[in-house]
Design a protein around this ligand. Structure first.
Ligand code: RFL
Ligand code: PHB
Length: 395
């Protein structure tokens, strides 16, 4: 058994774990990241694309602004289309004085790994059999690398290991409460080396939802709602483009540049929240504690606000000798989690086709879209939520 020690053991080297690690290093708080996959695998995942302004500011604060500010595409709002001809602008800038940025999670992860390379921080890959111990007293983590057993003694464990990680399961069932909603459809996503549309478009159509997004001037990301049982091989490029274009208003479809896909994947849609987000010295962060369906573009943004709260809480503990913020972590993070969970559920329900939906359901959704396009009050509410729920200022 190889034994070592650190102040904060971070389980998971995705965006949550790597950003938390970087921010803690910058405050002189010692930490080690344990990641199950290879670095290549982590860097190849294609996921989020839309950043709230508070996420942009946090990434800048961590020193990750250079490439993001150069390559990210700043938007005033996002567009919705329905009924073949109607369109609506979620006008975030007019109503909230904020913007959002299209900049891919893949690029953020690359920027994070580069910053860690420059720091020479301790990020261990291909860790296996990770187990968390003694969470309410003197915590430690055991794991193996290439069959070699390790023990990492620590003061805090940050569970940043995503929805399928092990950290959440280390909280005793007697104190944990889970809330879940699984949606009866998925998203089929395609990445293509084609120029994207100027705006991000959410499309409501009787056959199902579609989304046009962007990564860079020559990289587009598109999604169409698909069946839960579909497999990637069921979706030829031809079928994908045909489905996407059929769901768009004709004028918009005419401006889409199609081309061969360079990546295709299917994501199921789920809402999930676990409470509490802290147990003893274990703090859950990001997808380890909550999942939202991607329709509101919120998962990564919520992970980043958790990171912010935990970072400030640990700075409070190690620099200011105060437990005040750590004690409030779960309660404050969960407030934003539930606001965002509700919004993501609502926008998913509004824009998707459900297998059991009736004509009545469809008409009421169309009426709601129409109402939003006519009522500044409704638009203000929407803009405020899409732009991002408030984050309590912890310094
Ligand atoms: P991650 O990214 O899942 O990273 C967790 C890391 O932990 C590792 N791991 C373990 N490590 C050690 N031991 C174990 N036992 C481990 N088990 C797992 C994993 O290998 C991984 O490296 O969680 P994190 O860091 O909390 O980040 C969350 C985000 O990835 C996620 O919320 C977003 O991608 C969600 N999301 C979006 N969020 C947005 O804010 N805006 C968007 O536009 C947006 N679009 C999306 C999305 C997610 C999507 N999918 C694929 C679900 C679009 C899609 C299609
Ligand atoms: C993306 O660009 O991948 C994206 C954009 C908006 C969403 C979800 C995903 O709501």
């Amino acid at each position: 058994m190889i034994e070592s020690k650190t102040q904060v053991a971070i389980i998971g080297g995705g965006p949550s774990g790597m950003l938390l690690s970087l921010l803690l290093h910058q405050e002189g708080i010692d930490n080690v990241v344990l990641e199950r996959s290879t670095r290549e695998h982590v860097l190849s995942r294609i996921r989020a694309g839309v950043l709230e302004w508070s996420t942009v500011e946090l990434l800048r604060r961590a020193g990750l602004g250079t490439r993001m500010d150069l390559e990210g595409h700043v938007h005033n709002g996002t567009r919705v289309a329905w009924g073949g001809a109607h369109t609506l602008l979620f006008d975030i800038h007019t109503y909230t004085d904020r913007h959002f940025m299209a900049y891919g999670q893949t690029a953020i992860t690359e920027d994070l790994y580069q910053a860690h390379d420059a720091l020479g921080s301790d990020v261990q890959h291909q860790v296996d059999q990770v187990e968390l111990h003694d969470l309410t007293d003197q915590p430690y983590v055991t794991y193996t690398i290439n069959g070699q057993a390790h023990r990492l003694n620590c003061e805090v464990i940050a569970g940043c290991d995503g929805f399928h990680g092990v950290s959440r399961g280390a909280i005793p069932a007697s104190v944990q409460r889970n809330f879940e909603k699984v949606y009866p459809f998925g998203w089929m996503g395609v990445l293509s080396e084609t120029p994207p549309l100027d705006d991000i478009w959410y499309i409501q159509h009787p056959d199902g939802f579609a989304l046009a997004s962007q990564r860079s001037p020559m990289l587009s990301r598109y999604y169409v709602q698909c069946d839960l049982n579909d497999r990637v091989q069921d979706w030829s490029d031809e079928r994908f483009w045909q489905t996407l274009l059929e769901r768009m208003p004709p004028e918009l479809a005419a401006s889409v540049v199609t081309g061969p896909s360079i990546e295709k994947s299917i994501a199921p849609l789920r809402s999930f929240v676990t409470e509490p987000m802290r147990y003893g010295q274990l703090f859950l962060v990001g997808d380890a504690a909550h999942i939202v369906p991607p329709t509101g573009a919120k998962g990564l943004n919520l992970a980043m606000s958790d990171v912010y709260y935990l970072w400030r809480a640990l700075v409070g503990r190690y620099r200011e000798n105060s437990e005040h913020l750590a004690d409030r972590y779960s309660q404050v993070a969960l407030k934003r989690v539930w606001d965002t969970t509700r919004f993501s559920w609502w926008v998913t329900t509004l824009l998707h086709r459900f297998p059991d939906q009736t004509d009545f359901d469809m008409r009421t959704r169309l009426s709601e879209l129409q109402y939003m396009s006519e009522s500044p009050v409704a638009m203000h509410q929407l803009a405020e939520q899409y732009g991002g729920f408030p984050i309590e200022d912890w310094g």
